[in-house]
Design a protein around this ligand. Structure first.
Ligand SMILES: [Zn+2]
Length: 261
């Protein structure tokens, strides 16, 4: 995505003037699991109805079928039917649009997030949550916020039919039911932070930084900015204290995608 204000958001001369949709594909013994889905093929085919003209005009997503998760998974030699589970950090249109490309997958999301996405009580909610993206009636599996502890975070373990190496880490603020997804990958944990932060410098413990425009943008789209900042600080502490055991990345930072993708 290259928002209208991208040069302003990132500051003059910045080379990262676009936001990526960083999805995580997990290869289990018997299936694939996808964490976040970005935009899907239906979004590319019918962007006005699926995403809305305001979003298209202001956020300017690159709508390329080859860039969708479904196409990228097939390019890796897998079948889309092998994706049996999708975990959504939240239900914003740029994270959930691809679920219709995996119609038989269970879609794991917090109860809070699903409730809000279905109710859409505010104008802001109606912009970010697009019911047409789940009009195929996905098989949602929902979770409350209670759970065990994971590096000091409350964590939800035991996702329906998924192994215990996958955890939801509640990181509200950007949306009410927003979570990170932690994966025990053996030697190290991977933590997909969704939209808990947008810029890699924000989780730099020694010298946190974020271009001013992007900081304002995050504040504007957050449902609870104080809670968002508190959770971001906790992620920053995690990065500092568990550098040897946890890799952390967010959904929209192009540098992180380049480094890890
Ligand atoms: Zn997002």
């Amino acid at each position: 995505m290259t928002p209208v204000g991208a040069p302003w958001m990132y500051g003059p001369g910045a080379h990262h003037r676009h936001l990526v949709c960083h999805c995580l594909l997990l290869e289990l013994a018997d299936r694939l699991v996808l964490v976040d889905t970005g935009f899907g093929l239906a979004d590319v085919a019918d962007p006005r109805n699926r995403l809305g003209s305001t979003f298209l005009r202001l956020v300017r997503p690159r709508l390329d079928p080859e860039a969708t998760a479904a196409a990228r998974i097939e390019a890796l030699g897998f079948a889309v039917e092998d994706v049996r589970d999708v975990i959504a950090t939240h239900m914003d249109l740029d994270h959930i649009g691809g679920i219709s490309d995996f119609p038989h997958a269970r879609v794991h999301v917090t109860q809070l997030e699903l409730d809000r996405a279905l109710a859409r009580p505010t104008f802001h909610d109606r912009m970010r949550y697009r019911p047409i993206q789940w009009s195929h009636k996905p098989n949602f599996r929902t979770y409350g916020a209670q759970g065990e502890s994971w590096f000091g975070f409350g964590a939800v373990r035991g996702l329906d039919t998924l192994p215990p190496e996958l955890l939801l880490i509640p990181l509200p603020g950007h949306t009410r039911g927003h979570v990170g997804v932690a994966v025990d990958a053996g030697a190290r944990w991977q933590l997909h932070c969704g939209d808990a932060y947008f810029f890699h410098g924000e989780v730099d413990r020694a010298e946190p930084s974020c271009p001013a425009g992007l900081r304002l943008f995050q504040r504007y789209v957050a449902v609870d900015n104080a809670v968002r900042l508190a959770n971001q600080a906790r992620v920053r502490t995690l990065v500092a204290e568990q550098r040897d055991s946890v890799d952390v990345f967010c959904a929209h930072d192009s540098d992180e995608l380049e480094r890890l993708g």
